[in-house]
Design a protein around this ligand. Structure first.
Ligand code: HSE
Length: 433
């Protein structure tokens, strides 16, 4: 009997995801070995403090190292899993690994959104793989779907719920009306939120994931700072109520579309979606991506977008794929090509066309409603539905528009917000789906 081949793995980081990887490698050891034909063995775990008392999982203390560079370069390490998060230290670790000829797995969407072009180019030049299934939608294998399942297709557009924390907060608020801060604290305790939850709530995490998906779908590298990004922090429970009255639910979306003239439309914002649309049922911390592609048509990918084991599952599956590539290369196979990129202009936000939910807080006086409608009409914004709530303080006027140009809507709102009868700035939520 021959001893099975063993592939040495270094984990950089032993937080929620790193701990999950250790647990999954132990729990599913036999199945993983059978599928790969080799063992994945964690031989080093990079941590800040070797003597930290509380760990997510128990590990052999001898595996813990604080010199990450030395661990990366060790001869008995073939795959480096970057699970430290952040950008600066993670970039150094990944580039060091690539330069040392190591295969890389990363769960770091911020790193790939900001430095993806540099990292993939370096990997291609060095002839190593950089896999990143866990970077988008945690355990949902959307990267594999786009890279392999739809390899012969052409994605035209996609709509995604890619931040579990935001989805959890909005879903829980819709069901329970509990305060925002309490629900966020739950999401943090459940391990969904980023170390800096402002990235979740403000839409930054979703924008990073959108960049990663756009690169795969449309072969272009967006500047994440140029993606129009609104978080969920301006959504109030009253908007959830009005949304329900109009037959919608509020969901934190990323949206991207390749326009026939080459422009890329990409944006991150909460949106009203029809209550009977598939994405409306994606609740809690679940993620989903609804893809529209030329040959397949619509398809939906759904599952746990965050959390210890789902995310670790993607990391370990990447290690298995890379292990297979290592063996294939040994047999002379060519490694998969890196993404081919070309610059594509972004559709300016002012040119985006959408339906809108608008909520105005106004004084209750003759002619006020008429003035609002007149200004919207003068800017080519056509009204589909209007509801006035005279019990609210200030009085609420809620408008659902027909499809309009964003620039026209914004110009109308600037004019309306300046009216003396208006008591608070208009709330704007786009309607999608
Ligand atoms: N903070 C992220 C989320 C974790 O809530 O979706 C997964 O990237």
């Amino acid at each position: 009997m021959t001893t099975p081949r063993t592939i040495g793995v270094a984990l950089l980081g032993l937080g929620n995801v790193g701990g999950g990887v250790v647990k999954l490698l132990a729990d599913n050891a036999a199945a993983i070995e059978a599928r790969l034909g080799a063992r994945l063995e964690v031989r080093a775990i990079g941590v800040r403090d070797r003597d930290k008392k509380q760990r997510v999982v128990e590990v052999d203390h001898d595996l813990l190292v604080t010199d990450l560079d030395a661990a990366i370069k060790r001869d008995d390490i073939e795959i480096v899993c970057e699970l430290i998060g952040g950008v600066t230290e993670a970039r150094h670790a990944v580039m060091t690994a690539i330069a040392a000829g190591k295969q890389v797995v990363t769960a770091n969407k911020a790193l790939l959104a900001i430095h993806g072009t540099e990292i993939f180019a370096a990997a291609e030049a060095a002839g190593v793989d950089v896999y990143y299934e866990a970077a988008v939608c945690g355990g949902v294998p959307i990267i594999r779907v786009l890279r392999e399942g739809l390899a012969s297709d052409r994605v035209e557009a996609f709509w995604g719920i890619v931040n579990g924390t935001s989805n959890y907060i909005l879903s829980t608020m819709t069901e329970t009306r509990r305060p925002f801060a309490d629900i966020l604290a739950d999401a943090q305790a459940l391990g969904y939120a980023e170390a800096d939850p402002a990235l979740d709530i403000g839409g930054g995490d979703a924008a990073h994931k959108l960049c990663v998906l756009v690169r795969l779908c449309f072969g272009t590298a967006l500047d994440v700072t140029e993606i129009p990004t609104d978080g969920i922090d301006r959504i109030e429970p009253i908007d959830l109520d009005y949304a329900a009255k109009f037959g919608f639910v509020v969901k934190p979306l990323v949206i991207a579309r390749a326009h026939p003239d080459g422009q890329i439309e990409a944006r991150v914002h909460p949106a009203l979606v029809p209550a009977n649309w598939l994405l409306a049922d994606v609740a809690g911390a679940k993620n989903a991506v609804y893809v529209q592609s030329y040959a397949l048509g619509p398809s939906l990918y759904y599952g746990a977008g965050a959390g210890m084991l789902p995310t670790a599952m993607s990391v370990v599956s990447d290690c298995i794929d890379i292990g297979r590539n290592i063996f294939a290369r040994a047999a002379g196979a060519k490694r998969p090509a890196g993404p081919v990129l070309e610059p594509r202009p972004m559709l300016p936000l002012a040119e985006v066309r959408s339906k809108y939910y608008l909520r105005f807080g106004v004084v209750d006086a003759p002619g006020v409603l008429g003035r609002l409608m007149t200004i919207l009409g003068a800017h080519s914004v056509s009204i589909a539905q209007v509801v006035q709530d005279a019990e609210a303080k200030p009085v609420s006027v809620v408008v659902v528009t027909h499809e309009a140009r964003e620039g026209d809507v914004r110009a109308a709102l600037t004019e309306i917000d300046a009216l003396p009868v208006v008591r608070e700035p208009a709330r704007v939520i786009r309607i999608v789906g």
